[in-house]
Design a protein around this ligand. Structure first.
Ligand SMILES: CC(C)(COP(=O)(O)OP(=O)(O)OC[C@H]1O[C@@H](n2cnc3c(N)ncnc32)[C@H](O)[C@@H]1OP(=O)(O)O)[C@@H](O)C(=O)NCCC(=O)NCCS
Length: 243
């Protein structure tokens, strides 16, 4: 079992937030005790969708379902990626503060009123939930410990979409945060960004590439499946308020 206080979420929402992952039914008593003894306001618990009885135990203890995350995988060892033919200019914008501001603003527009677990919790301030994505996008662009690279899609010298890339220490690649400005959606920008992100990670020596989203994010999953990504695993996210 892993449980720890989330400093970032605690700061953002001005409450004490903890996160629990990789636990089973036998850990539930320890998780409750940890939250009580550490004066936790909100616990975010993630459980595999294979563990339906653990999910039901969480429900009995007052945890509420906030979202379901699906993870897809592309494996270069099994097949090549489709050709990346795109009219858009896509560049690595990491390390540039001006671009970080542009990426952050695209994320703010793309994720306004999104349907992740923060937005699904009516007790959390929606404006703060919106700002999580723009803040994450900004930090990803300027801080290489958050993302190894951030690709921007340019239309007339302006960033209109972005994708953040992570080289995971366990030897796989991740397409982490990605979004396209609403006015530029439905033009194939996202497909081009995902393909360019896959290429960047593959050129960095990685064969396996993961990407995840909420199960009801149909547009993102349409793009991934058309590019050859396959469903790999999934998680439920629960929230429990202790006060
Ligand atoms: C998901 C997202 C990146 C797709 O960007 P995009 O540039 O429009 O993607 P594409 O143009 O490559 O199109 C992808 C498919 O999704 C559809 N689509 C895109 N935006 C849509 C919308 N707002 N509503 C319904 N369908 C949409 C497109 O029509 C296309 O499907 P089609 O070929 O059957 O018509 C964009 O909608 C977005 O930024 N969403 C908010 C953030 C997000 O969900 N990020 C991804 C998960 S972290």
């Amino acid at each position: 079992m892993k449980i720890e206080i989330s400093l970032l979420d605690s700061q953002r929402f001005d409450i004490k937030v903890a996160k629990a992952v990789e636990f089973n039914a036998a850990d539930l008593g320890d998780i409750e005790a940890y939250c009580i003894s550490n004066d936790i306001d909100l616990l975010i618990a993630r459980v595999s969708t294979n563990e339906i009885s653990v999910a039901q135990d969480l429900e009995k203890l007052g945890h509420r379902l906030m979202d379901t995350l699906v993870y897809y995988k592309f494996d270069y060892a099994k097949k090549p990626a489709p050709q990346n033919v795109t009219p858009f200019v896509i560049r690595n914008v990491s390390g540039n503060i001006d671009y970080a501001l542009e990426v952050s603003s695209v994320a703010g527009e793309a994720f306004a009123g999104y349907f992740g677990h923060y937005h699904a919790d009516s007790k959390l301030d929606r404006k703060v939930s919106d700002s999580i994505y723009s803040d994450w996008a900004y930090r990803s662009t300027i801080d290489s410990s958050v993302a190894n690279a951030v690709l921007g899609a340019f239309i007339e010298d302006k960033i209109t979409g972005f994708i953040t890339l992570r080289i995971n220490s366990e030897g796989y690649g991740e397409l982490a945060l990605n979004g396209v400005s609403p006015v530029f959606q439905k033009r194939g920008l996202y497909r081009a960004l995902v393909l360019s992100g896959m290429e960047w990670l593959h050129q960095s020596g990685l064969d396996q590439i993961f990407v995840s989203t909420q199960i009801n994010n149909i547009s993102a999953q349409k793009v991934w499946t058309r590019l050859g990504f396959e469903m790999d695993h999934s998680f439920y996210t629960f929230h429990k308020w202790f006060k």
